[in-house]
Ligand binder design. Structure first.
Ligand SMILES: CC(C)(COP(=O)(O)OP(=O)(O)OC[C@H]1O[C@@H](n2cnc3c(N)ncnc32)[C@H](O)[C@@H]1OP(=O)(O)O)[C@@H](O)C(=O)NCCC(=O)NCCS
Length: 160
């Protein structure tokens, strides 16, 4: 399964994918105020900033999933429901780990909303360890918003 950099022309499609996948998996877990702040425009704005660090799987113009890095963090991993269980997420996380290792990251981490059981199971079977709970300040158009998260970590092998 080929993982490739996101193309700037895919930003609207990817913003919709991220919006829909976030609401499908987080709307029942997140505070109502945060759900209201997570508009399509908000996803598009945040994606525009992240785009150089985003990789995708799927056809040009219609990717099936995206993965973004931020420093030593696996920052976002969202796959369209039609591609759940197909190996798209596995390809994206393997690529993300390789990109992090190539940056010299030895201990990678990610935040997963407390109660997001499918994601937690996926991370565990991908070799990540749940290191506990913390409060993350999520970026919103109203400033930082506190959200309870699980911190997952994985020791990587250096490739540079
Ligand atoms: C998280 C995500 C990337 C994982 O990709 P995926 O293709 O669904 O992952 P897989 O199907 O390979 O693995 C999911 C595992 O969770 C299991 N699972 C599904 N629902 C579950 C639940 N409610 N509780 C516990 N485990 C669950 C599946 O059975 C599978 O485990 P198995 O392979 O041992 O049977 C994808 O589901 C997704 O994009 N979800 C929406 C967005 C999201 O939550 N992103 C993560 C943000 S931290």
């Amino acid at each position: 399964m080929q993982v490739r950099p996101a193309d700037a022309g895919e930003i609207d499609y990817l913003a919709q994918l991220w919006h829909d996948a976030w609401h499908g998996s987080h709307a029942h877990l997140a505070p109502l105020e945060l759900v209201r702040l997570r508009t399509l425009e908000n996803f598009r704005d945040r994606l525009a900033v992240k785009l150089p660090d985003v990789c995708v799987v799927g056809p040009a113009g219609a990717p099936l999933g995206l993965c973004a890095l931020k420093g030593d963090e696996l920052n976002q991993l969202f796959v369209s429901p039609q591609a759940h269980g197909t190996g798209v997420a596995a390809a994206l996380i393997a690529d993300a780990e390789a990109r992090l290792a190539a940056r010299g990251v030895e201990l990678a981490w990610l935040a997963c909303a407390v109660g997001n059981m499918r994601a937690a199971r996926f991370y565990e079977k991908s070799g990540w360890r749940n290191a506990g709970t913390f409060v993350m300040m999520s970026e919103t158009s109203n400033g930082p918003f506190p959200v309870d998260q699980w911190r997952f970590e994985k020791q990587l092998t250096r490739t540079n």
